[in-house]
Ligand binder design. Structure first.
Ligand SMILES: [Zn+2]
Length: 254
């Protein structure tokens, strides 16, 4: 069944007289995820989470359209991992600039960038494009920060961890390799202590920080954990989408 809120599936016949209030742009990455998850993990996640959240919001009357997922992200720290595909922040700026120019012209003034990948940093880009397109309301959601992961998972991490493995076991178990292939996802810590205190930052060199490309132990993952997280997450994000759709962007503060 064609879903009218997914641009890749709908058609001009259906939408030529529509007036969508909010566009949602899922953005992922193409990169190794420990030994056992597919390179498209971030894309599959943002695709499915955005679509399910949009479905719930649409059923409540939100006029939204989900754009096709951008499959490449910023992977500058993973140059040495075979076939991790990097696009630079300046390329990301150019892509976003063209999409926003189009939305602005079409009078769809609200955009939610739906981010799946930690290396994608949209804040400086949004600041600059916000100046250029003052009518546009552009916001960014890192969906993986929407819920307290500690309430759902025993082992924490940020790449191919228990959360991502559980999610994939729930939504695409056919693409997850058997447990005996799973690496431990151990993150090595920087010898300079201040980095781990969170106030000093350097890009992590992926081949040095982990042996299996994973960060976070996946071994307690299960499809049941993935299902519970997916359901609560899409419910929360659907409420956000509904609220953003409804909100008056000229009168946002109380
Ligand atoms: Zn990921």
């Amino acid at each position: 069944m064609m879903r009218p809120y997914i641009l890749a599936e709908t058609n001009w016949y259906t939408i030529k007289n529509e007036s969508f209030k909010l566009a949602i742009l899922p953005w992922g990455a193409t990169e190794a995820h420990n030994y056992h998850l597919p390179y498209s993990t971030d894309n599959i996640e943002s695709d499915l989470i955005a679509a399910e959240s949009a479905k719930l919001a649409w059923e409540n009357g939100a006029k939204i359209i989900v754009l096709p997922t951008i499959p490449f992200g910023v992977n500058t720290g993973q140059r040495d991992i075979y076939l991790d595909i990097n696009i630079n922040p300046s390329t990301q700026f150019a892509i976003l600039s063209d999409i926003i120019d189009g939305l602005n012209h079409q009078k769809i003034y609200k955009l939610l960038i739906f981010n799946s990948h930690g290396g994608n940093d949209f804040k400086p880009i949004v600041r600059e494009l916000g100046l250029k397109y003052p009518k546009m309301f552009i916001c960014v959601c890192n969906w993986y920060q929407a819920l307290d992961k500690k309430q759902y998972f025993d082992n924490q991490g940020d790449h191919a961890d228990e959360m991502e493995t559980s999610l994939m076991l729930y939504v695409r178990p056919d693409l997850v390799l058997p447990r005996e292939t799973w690496g431990e996802g151990r993150e090595k810590t920087n010898k300079v202590k201040s980095f781990s205190e969170g106030w000093l930052w350097v890009e992590r060199k992926w081949t040095q920080v982990t042996d299996d490309t994973g960060i976070g132990n996946p071994h307690l993952s299960s499809p049941e954990k993935g299902k519970r997280y997916f359901n609560d997450l899409t419910e929360k994000i659907s409420q956000l989408i509904f609220e953003l759709c409804d909100t008056d962007i000229d009168n946002m503060y109380k």
